[in-house]
Every structure is written in structure tokens, then in C-alpha cells.
Design a protein around this ligand. Sequence first.
Ligand SMILES: Nc1ncnc2c1ncn2[C@@H]1O[C@H](COP(=O)(O)OP(=O)(O)OP(=O)(O)O)[C@@H](O)[C@H]1O
Ligand SMILES: Nc1ccn([C@@H]2O[C@H](COP(=O)(O)O)[C@@H](O)[C@H]2O)c(=O)n1
Length: 228
Amino acid sequence: EAPTSSVTDKVENGSQLDEKKVTVVFVLGGPGSGKGTQCANIVEHFGFTHLSAGDLLRAEIKSGSENGTMIQNMIKEGKIVPSEVTVKLLQRAMQENENDKFLIDGFPRNEENRAAFENVTKIEPAFVLFFNCSEEEMEKRLLNRNQGRDDDNIETIRKRFKVFIESSLPVIEYYQAKGKVHEIDAGRPREEVFETIKNIFATFAKESSETGKYVDNCVNVMTEVHID
Ligand SMILES: Nc1ncnc2c1ncn2[C@@H]1O[C@H](COP(=O)(O)OP(=O)(O)OP(=O)(O)O)[C@@H](O)[C@H]1O
Ligand SMILES: Nc1ccn([C@@H]2O[C@H](COP(=O)(O)O)[C@@H](O)[C@H]2O)c(=O)n1
């Protein structure tokens, strides 16, 4: 495992992870707001790699890691796992992947997550997507999700909503103050939500290619979108 000291400085054009310059987009929003669903679309159209913090934590439980039981208990209670664990998983996943464009889904979940990631990786997100959706709609989606998740029951869902409001919204506000947030009305049908997202990514790709900050392979949708 790479020591954190090997992760070097943030650079002007994007952020640096070891030898690699990376573009990171944080995907935030309440439980069931549709983050994972839309990340799959972004991967397909814009060549990003999707890293879901929740998926990495669930994989860690399955791997029989020494932290497995602790993580399992936290997830069942809807609580946020200590940042040290989650940041290490994300850092390793980025280092092991050849891509240089990452969608980090469900992270940072609280101020501790945010500060730890920034301190360890020196990476700042290019921008943040905020999926805004009513609790009523999110609850309905989660109860219908049917993926056998331990935390998709009404008791844990209510706890996750509370944690989202108390701990995660302040992180979104932090990035809003920095002008980095694209807020999306995530209560609409999937296709409509993706239309909005497509415009955001196409604009970002265009602006970045003009300034030399962004890399390739997202041009296939450029003709379909309008740039405001
Ligand atoms: N726009 C939408 N309209 C209706 N259902 C949706 C929409 N987007 C996603 N869904 C469905 O809602 C459920 C939750 O979506 P998804 O897993 O993408 O949410 P999420 O934000 O990643 O949730 P979590 O944070 O709990 O992992 C899934 O069953 C998905 O198919
Ligand atoms: N940064 C994070 C992300 C997730 N968790 C825990 O995992 C649960 C499920 O997360 P999803 O994004 O897949 O919904 C979440 O409720 C937390 O318990 C975390 O601790 N830190």
C-alpha cells in the first residue's frame, strides 16, 4: 500500500495523484437520489471511472478485512465510517486504475471525509454534482430497490436521511460557497436527469479542452447537446 507521503502536490491543471494528474468529480445527494444510476450513464458517455464509496466499503466487508465488522455495523446504523478507512480505499482504487477521470459517488459524506481526502490526496474536485430529491421520492425508490442491502429498510433509511441533512448537506454548502456545485433536480425521470447531466459534462469537456485541462474521449455526445 502506498504511503500517503507519496501523494504529491495539487497542480494547477487538475490534481495530482502520485505521478498521475487526475480529474475528480464528487457526486453527492441523499440516499436513493439516483447517483449510482446516473454515474453509469456518465461512465458510458464521458469515459470516467465510477468509484462508489459505499460499494468500496461493502467490498471491504466481503473481503474479510479486519475492519469488516465495524463497517458492517456502521452501514446498518446509517452511520459514517471513519474517514481514514474510506479515504484509503478511494486512494488505492484511483492508484490502481489507469484512468485519470474519476466520479467519486457518495463521498465526502461529512466535513471529516472532506478534510481527510484533501489532506491525504491533495486533490480538489473539478466540480460537484448535487442530486436534489425529496425524501418522499427517495424513500419510495429505496424501498423498491431490491438489491438486498442491509440498509434499505425503513428504520435505517430514516437514519440515513438524518445523517444526510446533519452531516452531508454542510459539505455541499462548503462547495457551493466555492462555486463548484451543479444542483440537479433529481426527482425527474432518469432520462431527463441525464439530459441535464450531459450538458454539464459536455460544457466541462469543452471548456477544459480549450484550456488544456481535460482529456479526450468525451466528444461523442458533443453534437447532441446545447452549451449555455
Ligand atoms: N430518476 C429516477 N426515477 C425513478 N427511479 C430512479 C431514478 N433514478 C434511480 N432510480 C431508482 O432508484 C433506486 C435508487 O437509485 P440509485 O441506486 O441510483 O441511488 P443512489 O443515490 O446511488 O442511492 P444510495 O446512495 O443509497 O446508494 C434504484 O432502484 C434506481 O433504479
Ligand atoms: N463516504 C461514505 C460513504 C458511505 N458510507 C457508508 O455506506 C453506507 C451506504 O452508502 P451508499 O452511498 O452506498 O448509500 C452509508 O449509509 C454509510 O454507512 C460511509 O460511511 N462513508
